[in-house]
Design a protein around this ligand. Structure first.
Ligand SMILES: O=C(CO)[C@H](O)[C@H](O)COP(=O)(O)O
Ligand SMILES: [Co+2]
Length: 220
């Protein structure tokens, strides 16, 4: 399958969101970062904004929840009609139960690991998730540098996925750009979040296709 590119609207103009969404219609989904100023030291927006993005976006929503107590809040985001909802393993009380709840509400269930969180946290429960997000920066801010030391986790999960015949997607988020995407693709990633690389340039659509080609070449 072709590499999938999910631009992060964290790097878009929040007061011109609808216009920003029109520049990325060739992407596979739009990545929407929800931050609560508790789980991470930054604040973005909540369910009301996600509902509006869902209402006007021509492409599906991939919601990344960087919030405390996702057990309580994540199902509400699935109810917006988002295609996928990803919560952090570090913040969840019962990741398996929460993933089942998200799937029951019609969303793909994603679980995310910060750079310092080992895959052992989730490795016995991989069949419960549609997506595993390996953070390639510390969550909280766009425009940070890619952390290559996270690649062994990606390689290990890609290996386990193949050995067990599982079908979850492997997503990377943070510092993904033209000079780093091949590294993540070669390590096994299929879904690539890119914020500043897409919205920081002149031509988001051209950057999306460039990133996709670079990832496909590295995966081949
Ligand atoms: O989850 C995130 C930050 O916590 C963002 O999705 C991510 O940082 C995207 O920004 P960039 O591509 O500029 O690193
Ligand atoms: Co994100």
């Amino acid at each position: 399958m072709t590499a999938r590119i999910h631009p992060s609207v964290l790097s878009a103009d929040f007061v011109n969101m609808e216009a920003a969404l029109r520049t990325i219609v060739t992407a596979d989904a739009v990545h929407v970062d929800v931050m609560d100023n508790h789980f991470v030291p930054n604040l973005t927006f909540g369910r009301q904004m996600v509902e509006r993005i869902q209402a006007v976006s021509p492409i599906p929503l991939d919601v990344h929840l960087m919030i405390d107590d996702p057990d309580r809040w994540a199902p509400e985001y699935a109810a917006t009609g988002a295609a996928g909802v990803t919560f952090h393993a570090e913040a969840a009380t019962d990741a398996v139960e929460l993933a089942r709840e998200l799937r029951a509400r019609g969303a793909k269930a994603g679980v995310s690991l910060k750079p310092g969180t080992p895959i052992e946290t989730i490795v016995d429960d991989l069949a419960e998730f549609d997506l595993v997000l390996i953070m390639t920066v510390e969550p909280g801010f766009g425009g940070q540098s890619f952390m290559p030391e996270t690649m062994p986790k990606l390689q290990a999960l890609a290996h386990i996925r193949e050995r067990r015949g599982l079908a979850f997607d492997l997503q990377v988020d943070g510092g993904i750009a033209v000079d780093t995407i091949a590294t993540a693709a070669a390590a096994g990633a299929d879904v690539f979040v890119a914020g500043s690389a897409v919205f920081g340039g002149e031509d988001p659509a051209a950057r999306i296709s460039e990133l996709r080609s670079l990832a496909d070449a590295a995966r081949a």
